[in-house]
Design a protein around this ligand. Structure first.
Ligand code: PGA
Length: 248
């Protein structure tokens, strides 16, 4: 049995008011529900952990450097994220790939750095709009999965987030059939590569998940939860998504 997971990616948003929202969210969770991970910007990780530490809500980072320390101004090492009390980190989000030119090889190295710091790596993959309308969509996503996930990945140390770039922040989502087809393909690739352990990986869908579409998306067998951006910024939006996941 894979534990369902609702992860919130605050991106470059967050202040005292949003931390207060987090407090509200944390108060309302029950320990038997889906796992919940909130990923605030790095400067808020410690405060977010302080607010949630006695609740079932876990905290994660949004990115880490592949190196353990050194001359990398502005970057954050995985061990620093772990030191705040966070237990996971997103790597390879399409905004990192796009804004910072991150390659699959770098993302693999970041995932390994996350593991070395005892963090779960939430590895993001997903196609562009041109790739979705092209003939080889599933091959493109499969190649990205292969190249972004290091050997040694397990269902404990890694979560896969499938996020079509064209669906992020746009209000557009793939059809349920497209989501099912893509998640089934990812599951098959994971079991082909890792054997039975491939069944233990959580595969999240991300991209414009809202209270209005979450329940339908969660009907897909290989959708184990969601990575949510915009709708994770308000407890009133994120809670119905968590509830839909719990009920699925
Ligand atoms: P969105 O972002 O829910 O705002 O589309 C998802 C993500 O980028 O993780």
């Amino acid at each position: 049995m894979r534990r369902k997971l609702a992860a919130g990616n605050w991106k470059m948003n967050g202040d005292a008011a949003l931390l207060a929202e987090l407090g509200t969210l944390a108060e309302h969770q029950n320990a038997n529900g889906p796992q919940i991970i909130i990923c605030p910007p790095a400067p808020l990780l410690s405060r977010a952990h302080e607010i949630t530490k006695d609740s079932p809500v876990d905290i994660g980072g949004q990115d880490c450097h592949a190196a353990t320390s050194g001359a990398h101004t502005g970057d954050v090492a995985a061990s620093m994220i772990a030191d705040t009390g966070a237990t996971s980190v997103i790597v390879g989000h399409s905004e990192r790939r796009g804004d910072h030119g991150e390659t699959n090889a770098e993302i693999r190295a970041k995932a390994q750095a996350a593991w070395a710091a005892n963090l779960t790596a939430i590895i993001c993959i997903g196609e562009s709009e041109a790739e979705r309308t092209g003939p080889d969509t599933l091959d493109v996503i499969a190649a990205q999965l292969d190249a972004s996930v290091p050997d040694g990945a397990t269902g404990e140390n890694t979560v896969i987030a499938y996020e079509p770039i064209w669906a992020i922040g746009t209000g557009r989502v793939p059809t349920l059939d497209q989501i099912i087809e893509t998640h089934d393909m990812i599951r098959t690739k994971l079991t082909d590569r890792f054997g039975k352990t491939g069944n233990a990986f959580r595969i999240l869908y991300g991209g414009s998940v809202k209270p209005t579409n979450a329940a339908e998306i969660f009907t897909a067998e290989n959708v184990d939860g969601a990575l949510v951006g915009g709708a994770s910024l308000k407890a009133a939006d994120f809670q119905p998504i968590i509830d839909a996941l719990d009920a699925s």
